[in-house]
Design a protein around this ligand. Sequence first.
Ligand SMILES: Cc1cc2nc3c(=O)[nH]c(=O)nc-3n(C[C@H](O)[C@H](O)[C@H](O)COP(=O)(O)OP(=O)(O)OC[C@H]3O[C@@H](n4cnc5c(N)ncnc54)[C@H](O)[C@@H]3O)c2cc1C
Length: 293
Amino acid sequence: MKPAAFDYYAPDTLEEALAVLAERGDEAKILAGGQSLVPLLNMRLAKPEALVDINRLAELDYIREEDDWLAVGAITRQRALERYPLVRQRLPLIADSLHYLGHAQIRNRGTIGGNLAHADPASELPATLVAMGGELVVASAAGRRTLAPEEFYLTYLTTTLDPTELLVEARFRLPTGRHGGAFVELSRRHGDYAMVGVAVQLELAPDGTLARAGIGMCGAGPVPIKAAAAEALLVGERPSEQVFAEAGVRAAEQAEPESDIHASADYRRDMVRVLTVRALRLALQRATAAPDR
Ligand SMILES: Cc1cc2nc3c(=O)[nH]c(=O)nc-3n(C[C@H](O)[C@H](O)[C@H](O)COP(=O)(O)OP(=O)(O)OC[C@H]3O[C@@H](n4cnc5c(N)ncnc54)[C@H](O)[C@@H]3O)c2cc1C
């Protein structure tokens, strides 16, 4: 299969890329790692008149620790973040979720920005960003804005990005104190998108109660969902099987799954409950074993 003809732009700087988008954004697609876009082009499910290849934008290839944040440039390869020392040693939620994202060969090429902007509701990384209280920074020739995931994700494969805008950075809030995270998912085979996945990030207060709980769900609705009611239930509580079970019920109540060829909506909802409890247990285990940051 071959894509339909398109004009090809390969800007060397962000400024140039934004200028092209200002002019041709309506009819253009951004090409990052190509792991989702190229198959769509080849099957002619997408037929943009122009392609803006952002792979030369070295200024968007970085991982930085900035006070309370881990800032990741949009064209950073997924594998680079997975291998980043702080992620490997102290942020198992990010490491786990990337491990589930396709296969190593795909992550060598796929970018953090491309995955987040693609907005597949079954994708692991957007749910992880939700659990960690993350943000997305987008830029256009007119300036920058910073969005919470709830403001960025609209519905299946659709974001609030304007055609003239580029996602330039993902920001993961760094947990403090004793903390632990975990991502668990149900998929047909390793490397497939999640049928259902749950991301959990916990922070413990000095007295052992939960100072913060972040829970993000994928495969549970048209967008990555923040399990806000379960989070609210957990904060201030001493972790226990009973509290975790109740949090699982609340997360399941908040899920909005649909039936498809892989699973019924009821099955998915119940798996949200089960996986939430499993992720909470694993995150707690890691938090209690971890030193203070
Ligand atoms: C076999 C296989 C298995 C996979 N399994 C999984 C999986 O389990 N979980 C999962 O999450 N993904 C999976 N993927 C998808 C993969 O992770 C992609 O890397 C990712 O979805 C897109 O990243 P990319 O850099 O390749 O983006 P591209 O494919 O280049 O772009 C994807 C979309 O995002 C837009 N875009 C890209 N960058 C930006 C930007 N900076 N700003 C605005 N828009 C942008 C593009 O225009 C396009 O619409 C799989 C892919 C394959 C081929």
